[in-house]
Design a protein around this ligand. Sequence first.
Ligand code: ZN
Length: 378
Amino acid sequence: MKGTAMKTGFVWHEIYMWHSTGRHAGVYQPGLTIQPGVPFEEAETKRRFKNLLEVSGLGEQLQPIKALALTEQQLLAVHTPAYLEQLQQLSDGPGGLVCANTPVGHGSYEIAALAAGGVVAAVDAVLQGTVRNAYALVRPPGHHAEPDQGMGFCLLANAALAARHALDQHGLTRIAIVDWDVHHGNGAQRIFWDDPRVLTVSIHQDGNYPAHTGHAHELGGGAGTGYNLNVPLPAGCGEGAYLAAFDTLILPALRAYRPQLIIVPCGFDAGAYDPLGRMMLHSDSYRAMTQRLMDLADHCCDGRLVLCHEGGYEPNTVPYMGLAVMETLSGQRTAIVDPNLADMRGITGQALQPHQQQWITHLQHVLHSPLFEEGLRT
Ligand code: ZN
């Protein structure tokens, strides 16, 4: 285990906030029947998270990590030339859409390349041992981006590009991606579908977005069979169901896999007030999930843990859930009290419900890969 004197790394660049998502009303393009409004994916939630870090005093305790934009050659490790060309053309002009709900602004290509580069830089810092662990507060998000298309507000596959970098440049052979955004991590699933060197895990709201992926029976293919684990949970899950899923499904699989690095696409849209999810987590839930992964990383890979920012669209609560994660990663509790916590914890149904327990038991049977069975025996 690394010394606690080592700091938590932090990636941030103001220009991440300049990626323009226009005047969508939520996820909808404005028009004759839809008044122009504020898009769900915009800068404010992330900026408020960064601001709270500064106000809390924790910001100055973090080790800044400098992002470098990924080159086209690096992006081609995951994405197709045709998609990168489409993205570059839209970005060079006034912008447009790469799919119905995914706007590209002028310059978004360069900003997205710097966001992916931020996650890569965080991975470099953790693997080189210059920081204890790291959080990349980047934008635009990445976990829905597939090799040949952007989708779900995501342009480039930030976490997958960082995992590919760790395979190719650092020679790792076992990387775990643990995606706790409320939506399915379809990008990494597709990119590493047949690659056992990356265990892709996604815990998400069943049938949310994308509606047709993220089922438990999607276990990977070829040599990668058994190395893609989906944990789709029914809407309405609180902390009890999430921690039960961690303790009985996710952590045993990770213990069996023994990753050399864990990357977490970290969405705060499983928070109770999020407009794009129907789960009920709060800041202490994110604290608990972070601590579980830190304990596991300490046990199996010298604490190597990198989180990268994904979804989370409720501006008043995301900063406090984010601060809770940063306090946990850095081992430093600030004086800030989450004003939302009492109300969110008080929502009926936070504890594990019988139908949720039944579903998690069912998932244990579906996720029957040799890897997972081995994990359950440990
Ligand atoms: Zn999401």
